[in-house]
Structure formats: C-alpha cells, structure tokens
Write a protein that binds this ligand. Structure first.
Ligand SMILES: [Zn+2]
Length: 352
C-alpha cells in the first residue's frame, strides 16, 4: 500500500519536484553521475537518463554520488531539520502576526531560500500556507464561541476582513455561482486517467477543479459528469494549459493523499454543503471524524443527517476528504465511490 512504487508515479513526482515523495525513493541521473531526492531543485533530467532506487544505499551502490544541492546522503540533516521546522511551526502557531520568513530562517540558522525548501519538504506546504491554515483552524474554533463573525476573524489573527476572505476563498474556491445552475454557460474540460484506485475523471472550469470522480468504466464516469453538469459544454484538454497542470497536481495528490493540496477548486454547493466540505478539509490525514463531529464543528450539532448527505454530494474525491468521515462506532459507513476505495485510502493515509 506504499505510495510512489511504480516508475510512472515516481517520474511524475520528479517532474513536479514533489516534496511529498522525499524519503519514499531516490533517483540517479546518468549524465551527471549524481543521485537526488525527488524534490531536488536542480534542472530536471531527461527521462532516459533517470533510474529509481528504493534506498539511498542502492543509488550509492549503483555508482552515483550524492547531489550537492539536495544532499540526499545527509540522513542526520533530516532529524536536525525536523527539529528546526517543528520549532518554526510552534512559533507560527502561537503568533498573532505571521512571523517573517527571514526571521524564521535566521532563528533556524539557514538562508531564507533554503529554509523555505526544507520547511516545504517536511511539512508539505510553505511557511505562508501553513500560517494561513493555522489561522483558518483558529477561525473555525473561534466562530463556535464568538457571537459575531468579525470578532472571530480578528481573534484568529486575520487583521482585515478582506484578507480573510481572500485566503479562505482560495482554500476552497467559492467561485461557484455558475455551477449552482447545473453548469449553465460553463465550459468544462476533463480528462480520464488511471490511478491506484482505478479510473479517475478530473474536470475543471476556468476557475478550478470542479470534479474528481472515480468509476469502474469510462462510460460510468462520463455519465456521472453529465448528470452533475447537465447544462455545461465539455471540451477536450489542451497540452500546457492550467488544466494540464491541475490534472498532474490532482493525480499526484491521489497518489499521496496524506499530503497538502492547494489545487484551486470550483465546487458549486449550497452554503451548507460548502461549510461541510470546508470542515472536511480540516480533518488531518491519518485521522477520521464522525458525521456528528463535523455537525458540531460547523455549529449545527443536530444536522448529522444533512452532513452525511453533504458528504455524499462531494464532487471532488480525496481533495475534499469525505473518506475521512466514519461512523461514530468506527464502522466505515458508506462512500460515494465504494467502500473498498475508502478502506484502501484510509490504510494508505494511516501508513504515512
Ligand atoms: Zn539533487
């Protein structure tokens, strides 16, 4: 059940410099004689010059030397960096104002650029994204105890209202007015790809990803897409477009669902559904919540049933992790894309 075990997923990780793939495998470059971590910032090699290894030892035995940029041989650096990054996370988590990158880096004794890379590799997001996520968490906790939304915004350390809506909006892409009408006047691009959970359809409007669906056949997937957006027009995907990048990012996230996803989403739900989906995104990978937990988290403790329905209506599998909701007694409960997929997903996330 481990991620990044096939050459295809490994090569995708190297192409996108996926920090989430670090320590899962290493790769060598024939032409330069070095081996690297998947996230290495060095120039991307040609596929034909690349080989993959399960361990750094295997890369060394094959005759490659460690890259000077990503230092794949420095095992102790990992432990050292982890401590520095944990300290930085604590500082970000307790500060009202987000600390400056330069200050965090100085305290860690690293250059800002290097600190930024190390932080992203270990946490999976940049220091800035981490700070935004922390503030959003604090906001969600505040809003249950505050009378007024504006109080909660200030108490969570967001400063000005507009900035909260900017950052919160970009986290789930609430640009969904067109989709609420079944996709009227909306152009949707889509692609069907293979994944470790079977065929997956990824669709997007110009604003962001509007659907990630699993199915057993292409026909099922296309039917599902058309049922969801009966009034949309559909277009083939284009090479090199935003859409192509989003598809790659979505596939990388499906491969390593425990990582952070900053894919822009354009998901048209009711206000209630969007609050549920937002709450789902706050469930950390490797853990689960019950429908009741989610109902309480959005401040409507009696709406357990409506929460279950909103989970079932989730249009973006995995990126909105409705698979992390289980019955209060720990039973799997249902999953829009089949219990077998849900079980595999939870097992993969628990293993990381
Ligand atoms: Zn390297």
């Amino acid at each position: 059940m481990k991620p990044f075990t096939t050459d295809a997923t490994r090569w995708d990780a190297v192409k996108t410099r996926a920090a989430t793939a670090d320590n899962h495998f290493w790769y060598s470059v024939q032409t330069t004689g070095v081996y690297c971590r998947p996230s290495c910032a060095a120039r991307r090699p040609l596929r034909e010059n690349v080989a993959f290894y399960d361990t750094r030892d295997a890369a060394r035995k094959a005759g490659f030397r460690p890259c000077k940029r990503c230092r794949p041989d420095d095992e102790h650096a990992d432990a050292r960096h982890r401590k520095l990054v944990e300290a930085a996370c604590r500082k970000i988590g307790s500060a009202c104002q987000t600390p400056k990158l330069e200050d965090l880096a100085r305290e860690a004794g690293l250059s800002p650029q290097y600190f930024h890379r190390v932080f992203k590799r270990i946490v999976g997001v940049t220091p800035h994204q981490y700070a935004v996520a922390k503030r959003t968490e604090r906001f969600a906790a505040e809003i249950r105890t505050s009378e007024r939304v504006t109080d909660a915004i200030y108490n969570a350390g967001f400063g000005a209202n507009s900035r909260f809506y900017e950052t919160a909006g970009s986290r789930i892409g609430m640009t969904a007015s067109a989709l609420k009408r079944g996709g009227h006047d909306t152009h949707i691009r889509f692609e069907i790809a293979d994944s470790w959970l079977g065929a997956v359809l990824i669709a997007a409007t110009e604003h962001g990803v509007c659907a990630i669906l699993f199915g057993d056949t292409e026909d099922h997937l296309l039917d599902d897409l058309q049922t969801r957006f009966p009034n949309a027009t559909f277009e083939a995907s284009e090479q090199g477009s935003d859409f192509a990048r989003w598809v790659r990012a979505a596939l990388a996230h499906i491969e390593a669902p425990a990582g952070f996803s900053d894919l822009p989403l354009d998901v048209g739900g009711t206000a209630f559904q969007e609050r549920v989906w937002q709450a789902l995104r706050a469930i950390p990978a490797g853990t689960t919540s019950s429908y009741k937990d989610i109902a309480e988290r959005i401040g409507q403790p009696k709406a357990t049933r409506a929460v279950a329905q909103a989970c079932a209506a989730n249009p973006a599998a995995i990126v909105i992790p409705c698979h992390r909701v289980v019955r209060a007694d720990g039973g799997l409960s249902g999953y829009r894309w089949g219990e077998a997929r849900k079980r595999k997903l939870l097992a993969r996330e628990a293993a990381i």
